[in-house]
Design a protein around this ligand. Structure first.
Ligand code: XMP
Length: 517
């Protein structure tokens, strides 16, 4: 297992994902974590991330000294390199020139880390690497025992190593895909230098989780709120595998789901997998609660609050339940931790499980809390969930409630469901679904004039939205082919009574958001 100390870089999670993709387990701790946690974690290797601060300006932001005393290999990246340099007796200075973007790095000497890893060979026969740089400060003096292992025109010390102590440091970012050999470099560090084995595979993960769940739960019973989203679906499949009949799922149909979604959830989990799933038809409760409200945030609050009420009412009917399972995944853990204290691992999430009846005193079970989304998906497929479900586009918790602009009405939801289903069906038919990150229809409660056959229509408008994004923080509108959009628009207007116009949203994020509300 590998410990990643986070100095606040936007790439820290990427480092973790790259390590996991090399089938090696890792966790992210904040840079100022107590030494005792590092000792207990007993890492086989440590990676120091980059960070937004300057080593020269922030003398307090340093790795705990124990990092260099455990006798394990350490890899410092960017800020991590600089703090390693100053902590071990070297020197760092602010550069006159900030380096940001691509750079050509020349490997020097024959370090184990970079040996024979290159993108090109220059005229003098030296290997060159194309890398991604982003830094202001740079190392100007090597600590004792270190040698230069890489240089660029701007940074004579772009990489350094003390091979005896197995300390390595790079000024560039091996974790980003722009650094073409980044994967090879990280694998070299993990396998050849730290001696890690690639044991973090889907099969091993599944076997471990199942054993852990059995050990934790024993003969107790577990309740799970199943939404049909990826995370809760994978929890359901996993718990079913681990504890069979001790699992009961509650699926709340809030009337704001996609076409036939409720039936599909029941078919997959209840009929096919034999899981006990209680379907609660709560459409009326949700729509009644939403009537008259058009503010997006107010609608979100109502939907979230109503979900808890309905779920609690259902849960209260069970006598003999000891655990409540949730589909928390690793990015949720990191996020909720870092927003409070920055110490990802120290705080266990404080289980705010709505207002479940006090007497139930449910314990919280979060079997996916160490996994990234891509690991959750692979696990789901290996547990037998349909790939279509596991690789579905994200769907917001409030569902169609935030895709019907303004007040939510059943009539609108029914029209929107039909339009959305046509759009998604055709994306799949044209092999475009997996090439967009998220696509959906939005209902605009305004009327526009149209002619259908001989009669004049005066009906609602549907907007189609499709985006390409990696992190959902920024997004580009998807350049879908005009013939495709034409085909979808014709189908929607011809087949759905009540829609007379279709538009395509060409706003990117920012400044627009992905959803319309
Ligand atoms: P925006 O619209 O903020 O969306 O660009 C970014 C991503 O978040 C999803 N989203 C939500 N998910 N509850 C959710 O569970 C919400 O209230 C919510 N609002 C937006 C959105 O679908 C997109 O993937």
């Amino acid at each position: 297992r590998v410990l990643i100390l986070d100095f606040g870089s936007q790439y820290t999670q990427l480092i973790a994902r790259r390590v996991r993709e090399a089938d090696v387990y890792c966790e992210i701790y904040a840079w100022d974590v107590d030494e005792q946690y590092i000792r207990t974690f007993a890492p086989q290797a440590i990676i120091l991330s980059g960070g937004p601060e300057s080593v020269t300006a922030c003398p307090d932001i340093r790795a705990p000294q124990i990092v260099f005393e455990l006798g394990v290999p350490v890899l410092g990246i960017c800020y991590g390199m600089q703090t390693m340099a100053v902590q071990l007796g070297g020197a760092v200075e602010p550069s006159t020139k900030r380096e940001f973007g691509f750079a050509g790095v020349r490997a020097r000497g024959h370090s184990v880390l970079l040996r024979d890893i290159q993108d090109h060979v220059n005229d003098e026969g030296h290997g060159l690497l194309d890398v991604w740089m982003s830094h202001g400060d740079h190392v100007t003096g090597l600590p004792d025992g270190f040698k230069v292992i890489a240089t660029t025109d701007n940074a004579p010390i772009a990489g350094m190593a003390d091979e005896d102590r197995r300390f390595y440091a790079l000024q560039f970012h091996p974790e980003v895909t722009h650094t073409k050999q980044g994967k090879a470099i990280l694998q070299r560090f993990l396998y050849d230098i730290a001696g890690c084995q690639g044991l973090w595979t889907t099969d091993n993960i599944a076997a471990d989780l199942i054993q852990n769940i059995r050990d934790t739960v024993g003969g107790d019973n577990v309740l799970l709120g199943l939404s049909g989203g990826v995370d809760s679906s994978v929890v359901a499949a996993l718990l079913h595998e681990a504890i069979g009949d001790q699992l009961t799922c509650v699926f709340v149909d809030n009337g704001l789901l996609r076409l036939h979604e409720g039936d599909q959830v029941m078919a997959t989990f209840a009929s096919n997998m034999g899981i006990r799933v209680i379907r609660v038809d709560a459409e009326d409760r949700f729509l009644d609660a939403l009537a008259g409200t058009d503010d997006p945030e107010a609608k979100r609050k109502i939907i979230g609050g109503m979900f808890i009420d309905v779920f609690d009412d259902e849960a209260a009917k069970f006598e003999n339940i000891q655990w409540l399972a949730q589909g928390t995944i690793y990015p949720d853990v990191i996020e909720s931790a870092s927003s409070k204290t920055g110490k990802a691992h120290v705080i266990k999430s404080h289980h705010n499980v709505g207002g479940l009846p006090e007497h139930m005193k449910l314990k919280l079970l979060e079997p996916l809390r160490e996994l990234f989304k891509d690991e959750v998906r692979k696990l789901g497929v290996s547990l037998g969930l349909p790939a279509d479900m596991v690789y579905r586009h994200p769907f917001p918790g409030p569902g169609l409630g935030v895709r019907i602009l303004g007040e939510v009405k059943k009539e609108y939801a029914d029209l929107l469901r039909l339009a959305d289903a046509i759009f998604i069906e055709e994306l799949r038919n044209y092999d475009l679904y997996d090439r967009t990150s998220q696509a959906f229809a939005v209902f605009l409660p305004v009327r526009s004039v149209g002619v259908k056959g001989d009669s004049r229509g005066y009906d609602y408008v549907i907007a189609l939205r499709a985006v390409e994004t990696i992190d959902y923080m920024t997004a580009q509108w998807a350049r879908l082919p005009a013939e495709f959009l034409d085909h979808v628009a014709r189908r929607i207007i011809n087949e759905i009574d009540g829609i007379s116009r279709v538009t395509y949203d060409i706003s990117s994020k920012p400044p627009a958001t992905i959803e319309w509300e």
